[in-house]
Design a protein around this ligand. Structure first.
Ligand code: NAP
Length: 258
């Protein structure tokens, strides 16, 4: 019996899981993307693009397209979509599996300042220096326009809309994974004083953390927002664990937990 999966994507994990599921006849997978990245990498599964229209829209979508499970592999900072998926699956009784990669953690000698949000990050800048490497994603630039006295080196996947008021900046486009040595050279060439990043975790963009460590640069680390839903959910940290959970629940004769 083929099992149907709605895979909420926008991350490396979602793409890697799609690569495995797309070649696995036991599963039929639809990957959903918000549509933020202009040219997403190709995937062997069917893809739909765009929001569902909130919790109610997602419930309608699930009613019209029966799935056995929703796999929420969205980014740790995509809390709205995760909250909507938790509420919609709770109301419809559809299984929910969350893939959430581990956070980055500092090692001895790291000069991290942890903050709760983008605005708090901007408030730390004055103490840290003039030239700022911004690795927060193109949707998250607006608060930094309130500190126009800094020069921002902004690395993004697609060219961003520059928020009004941000005057000193340069854009570097690229899709990870990046190499630590390249980021060391970049930070040296751009005379970076401080690195600002979300605590996304994962390998693809960890090079900026390693490069900051190597150059003894301060890092302003925006910690993950908390999900404001009390719904029970199964959470796994990796694609391997997600695949094991799917197999245990929908292929093996005996259910077990990861
Ligand atoms: P968000 O704030 O949690 O979601 C805002 C709205 O975008 C959702 O309510 C939903 O619209 C739509 N949406 C988000 N993910 C979707 C998906 N996979 N499929 C269909 N609709 C989706 O999300 P976000 O922070 O803007 O992130 C958008 C996408 O970029 C996500 O896929 C996420 O994994 C990826 N991403 C985000 C970050 C980040 O820092 N936030 C970083 C890397 C990648 P409706 O309410 O209309 O359904």
């Amino acid at each position: 019996m083929t099992r149907r999966i709605l895979l909420l994507g926008g991350t490396t994990e979602a793409r890697k899981l799609a690569e495995r599921l797309g070649h696995d006849a036991r599963f039929e997978t639809l990957m959903s993307l918000a549509g933020r990245t202009r040219s997403p990498k190709p995937t062997p599964v069917t893809v739909r693009v765009g929001g569902f229209g909130g919790v109610d829209g997602l419930i309608d979508f699930l009613a019209q397209n029966p799935f056995d499970v929703v796999v929420d592999a969205t980014h740790p900072f995509a809390v709205q979509m995760s909250a909507n998926a938790a509420k919609a699956t709770a109301r419809t009784g559809i299984d929910l599996l969350r893939i959430e990669r581990a956070e980055w953690t500092p090692v001895a000698g790291d000069k991290w300042t942890s903050v709760a949000c983008l605005e708090a990050a901007t408030n730390e800048l004055a103490e840290m220096g003039q030239r700022v490497f911004l690795g927060v994603g193109r949707q998250s630039l607006a608060p930094f326009a309130n500190k126009p006295q800094h020069h921002y080196v902004i690395r993004v996947i697609d060219p961003p809309d520059i928020p009004a008021g941000m005057t000193h900046y340069e854009i570097i486009t690229g899709l990870g994974p990046f190499r630590t040595q390249d980021d060391i050279e970049l930070f040296r060439a751009k005379k970076i004083d401080v690195v600002v990043t979300k605590n996304s975790g994962g390998k693809a963009t960890a090079s900026k953390i390693a490069a900051a460590r190597e150059l003894a640069l301060p890092v302003i680390m925006i910690e993950r927002p908390k999900l404001e839903v009390g719904t029970q959910r199964v959470k796994v940290p990796s694609v391997d664990k997600a695949m094991a959970w799917l197999e245990a629940h929908y292929v093996s004769s005996t259910k077990r937990s990861v």
